[in-house]
Ligand binder design. Structure first.
Ligand code: FAD
Length: 564
């Protein structure tokens, strides 16, 4: 084989590109891979990139699929789940804010990542597996060919051409292939962000002297969560990093918070003083420890394409679609698209025709992105409402643990028979899951005009709900040929949750009976939903279920007499 010919050329050596190369190398040690990365030298510790908080699916990918468990446990931080502090009348007193987050360690682990430390390690690790990585190399162009593609890049001002059978674009926002082939797709979800890193550890437990509040959970755990402070139109994150630094960010909907009001460090501080006085009081004195300050306007973007098995190319990470960092799903999407792409590449190199498979994977990936959009779209309007947001967050969390996580850990996304059973028929489990999710997201929006009570001074743990414990504990269970059955069980539990939440909301705002049967696929608070004919079984009904009723009661803050 020629020295400058590769099985795979990967422009972009960030998280997606480096992990893709490791995934390929682990499956096929002799595969010849070239990674071209624009960065000239080692990544800066702490102040490198965002993408620091992982959740279960992405953590499973890093720990188990890539075999990075030992590295993560030794060099990055364990994460104590997601944690949310909601609006209260006195936001400067953290103890008055309704807090949602785990008390005990969650059984399925996740990590906080210092992206500088991690990318330096991944680069060295993939090199040790035999991947060729060239720094200071900027991808310029590709000419697609029948047998191989001619790929041009510039290194130290010198233009070079190599050939490759596959091109896997992981240039992030560089969007090399999307621009070249013109499959950009706008996203109707608008949010802006700024973030900065501070030297040192910020321990949220110290943000109040109140011992009762501190003792809600074991000392030293709260700060290990990805901490969110929310109010209408925005959230602020605080994430600890393994390098003993802290990441802070503001994400806001421009319809509610003008970008100009927080787009410089000085403006961000003024904005915090007004909107999050406690964060301001705790973080402003740390200004001399500021390591960086970054801004990103309107960052949500979609993608018209993902994989082409005939022309042998694909995209992964932010070179594809990216929606929103709320719930930290970035690494999940990298895990999914790397898994699709590496499977196509490996099969092709073994001589299989992957054209049809690539079409199915592309449709699945684009459908997943599409189904994720309603989680965020117009939802920043709800962020100032603790009652609605607790229901929404626990719903979004539960559904994520119950279906996509389980499918991923059970390798279902590269199983064509499974994908067909899951998605092909209009009444398939995947289609039901999508409709259920769509109805619930609409319910949260419809609820807003009726829900203006402000609930404070409470602590809620996702594990206060038995059903959530069940979902989280089972993420890593290998179901074998019982997988579809388990997904059906999980969807039936989700139906019961959806029906019960609807029953409670409808009883509260419309005075309907507490025990009415509900069809979660047609439910609509304002009675204005008309399903497309033939897409749902309109006679389907879910009666109340005692165990689920108890669980839903946990996230319902109205006094009992108002719900009777
Ligand atoms: C505000 C915000 C907060 C986020 N928070 C989280 C979070 O908490 N958790 C999470 O999982 N995700 C988060 N994300 C998403 C996360 O940042 C991305 O999923 C992740 O960084 C994408 O990795 P990537 O490899 O696709 O892109 P990148 O990490 O950007 O890597 C792309 C690489 O390509 C290189 N490159 C670009 N163009 C070229 C070229 N022409 N030639 C050669 N190289 C090139 C770049 O130098 C870069 O190293 C967040 C995103 C945003 C916007």
């Amino acid at each position: 084989m020629q020295a400058n010919h590769y099985d795979v050329i990967i422009p972009g050596g960030g998280l997606a590109g480096l992990t893709l190369s490791i995934q390929l190398k682990r499956a096929m040690p002799n595969i010849k891979i070239l990674v071209l990365e624009r960065r000239k030298s080692e990544a800066t510790i702490a102040a490198h990139k965002v993408g620091e908080s992982t959740v279960e699916l992405g953590s499973h990918y890093l720990r188990n699929v890539l075999g990075l468990k030992d590295y993560l446990e030794a060099h990055e931080l364990p994460k104590h789940g997601l944690r949310f502090f909601f609006r209260s009348r006195n936001k400067a007193d953290i103890t008055t804010r309704l807090e949602l987050g785990p008390r005990q360690w969650l059984p399925t682990p996740s990590h906080q990542l210092d992206r500088g430390t991690l990318e330096n390690y991944l680069l060295q690790h993939t090199r040790s597996l035999g991947t060729e990585v060239i720094l200071d190399a900027v991808a310029k162009d590709v000419a697609f060919g029948q047998e191989h593609h001619a790929f041009t890049y510039v290194q130290a001002k010198e233009e070079k051409t190599v050939t490759g059978r596959w091109v896997a674009d992981t240039t992030g926002r560089g969007s090399f292939l999307k621009r070249k082939l013109g499959f950009e797709k706008p996203m109707e979800h608008h949010v802006n962000a700024v973030w900065w890193r501070l030297k040192g550890v910020i321990d949220i437990d110290k943000w109040s002297d109140n011992k009762d509040w501190q003792n809600y959970l074991v000392s030293g755990l709260r700060y290990l969560s990805t901490v969110h402070f929310l109010d209408k139109g925005y959230w602020v994150w605080v994430i600890p990093l393994g390098s003993k630094n802290t990441s802070i960010g503001i994400v806001a909907d421009p319809a509610i918070h003008r970008f100009e009001d927080f787009n410089t460090y000085e403006n961000a501080m003024e904005w915090l003083k007004k909107n999050e006085p406690l964060c301001y009081n705790m973080l402003e004195p740390e200004t001399p420890n500021k390591l960086d300050f970054k801004i990103l306007k309107h960052f949500a973007h979609d993608s018209g394409r993902a994989y082409d098995g005939g022309e042998r190319w694909g995209v992964s990470g932010e070179a594809g679609a990216f929606l929103d960092p709320f719930y930290s799903p970035g690494t999940d999407f990298i895990s999914l698209s790397n898994t699709f792409l590496s499977d196509l590449i490996l099969r092709d190199l073994k001589g299989e025709d992957v054209q049809f498979r690539a079409e199915i994977y592309e449709r699945t990936y684009l459908t997943l992105v599409n189904r994720w959009i309603p989680i965020y779209q117009n939802k920043y309007n709800l962020m100032g409402n603790p009652q609605i947001m607790v229901n929404k967050i626990l719903w979004d969390w539960g559904l994520y643990w119950a279906v996509p996580c389980v499918l991923f850990t059970n390798n279902a996304f590269t199983d064509l028979r499974m994908l067909k059973q899951l998605f092909a028929a209009p009444d398939s489990l995947g289609q039901k899951f999508g409709k259920l999710h769509e109805r619930m997201q609409q319910l949260f929006l419809d609820w807003l005009p009726y829900q203006n009570e402000l609930f404070e001074n409470r602590y809620i743990d996702p594990f206060d709900l038995n059903v959530m414990q069940q979902f989280q504990r089972n993420i890593d269970t290998a179901y074998g040929d019982k997988l579809l059955e388990q997904i059906a069980v999980n969807i039936s539990l989700l139906e019961k949750i959806a029906a019960e939440v609807f029953r409670k909301v409808s009883a509260q705002v419309k005075g309907t009976p507490h025990d009415m049967p509900v069809n979660p696929y047609t439910m609509s608070l304002n009675g204005d939903y008309v399903p497309e004919p033939g897409t749902v079984d309109e006679s389907y009904n879910v009666p109340p279920d005692e165990a689920i009723r108890k669980d839903v009661e946990t996230m319902w803050f109205y006094p009992a007499k108002q719900t009777a």
